[in-house]
Design a protein around this ligand. Structure first.
Ligand code: PRP
Ligand code: URA
Length: 207
């Protein structure tokens, strides 16, 4: 599996803001939005372009556009903080939604929502979720996509744990990971360490 770590001073600065426990909800959301812009920019770096005929004020010109805009799929709740910025970067994209909440006792994913196109066989899909911890929520989401024919899935995350990276690899599904950092480990409650805490709560408050 391809793992692309977005290693840039501006990404590191925004991630530090997100990690800082003194950052409030508004500051956390702003830093996540900024970082999402960088992650999407990098995730699309090798994407194919198609020619488009335009006219400049001076002459006809063959320009380019994104050949296949990805379907954007935020994983609720925390992925909601990424979708507005991702959509601003790729305004021609469609958006699907998946809702998964971890069971706090077992860390198992508990799905509660899916709103996706029936056929995903012809388009790339970007799954947006800041946290890849055990990988349970992401693997569940990818299984929903693969069941609809997806063959080109990118997980766009902020922080991953080694366990989550391994879970994606072991799933055998066609996925690559674009992420700002791979942290050290999970703690006993399956939180990423050093991490940034609960990404849903830090944006929207406790559930
Ligand atoms: C968080 C996060 C991921 C999941 C990662 O969501 O946004 O979806 O945990 O953990 P995993 O890799 O072990 O599955 P959470 O379940 O806390 O829900 P929320 O976004 O609604 O807060
Ligand atoms: N979900 C989060 O929001 N944070 C973690 O550290 C792990 C799962």
């Amino acid at each position: 599996m391809q793992v692309q770590i977005v290693d840039h001073p501006l990404a590191a600065a925004r991630l530090t803001t997100m990690r800082d426990k003194t950052t409030g909800n508004a500051g956390f959301r702003a830093a996540l939005s900024d970082l999402t812009q960088m992650l999407i920019y990098e995730a699309l770096a090798g994407a194919p372009s198609a020619d488009i005929a335009i006219e400049t004020p001076l002459t006809p010109y063959t320009g380019s556009r994104l050949a296949s805009p990805p379907l954007l799929v935020p994983v609720l709740r925390a992925g909601l903080g990424m979708v507005e910025q991702a959509h601003a970067m790729v305004p021609e994209s469609n958006v699907g939604f998946v809702g998964v909440a971890r069971d706090e006792a077992t860390a198992e994913p508990v799905p509660y929502l899916e709103s996706l196109p029936a056929d995903l066989s012809t388009q790339p899909v970007f799954v947006l979720d800041p946290m890849l911890a055990t990988g349970g929520s992401m693997v569940h989401t990818i299984e929903l996509l693969v069941a609809r024919g997806a063959t080109d899935v990118t997980a766009v995350c902020v922080v991953a744990a080694p366990d989550g990276v391994k879970a994606l690899e072991d799933s055998g599904h066609p996925v690559r990971l674009v992420v700002a950092a791979v942290d050290d480990r999970l703690d006993g409650a399956a939180y990423i360490v050093p991490g940034l805490g609960d990404a849903g709560d830090r944006q929207f408050g406790p559930r």
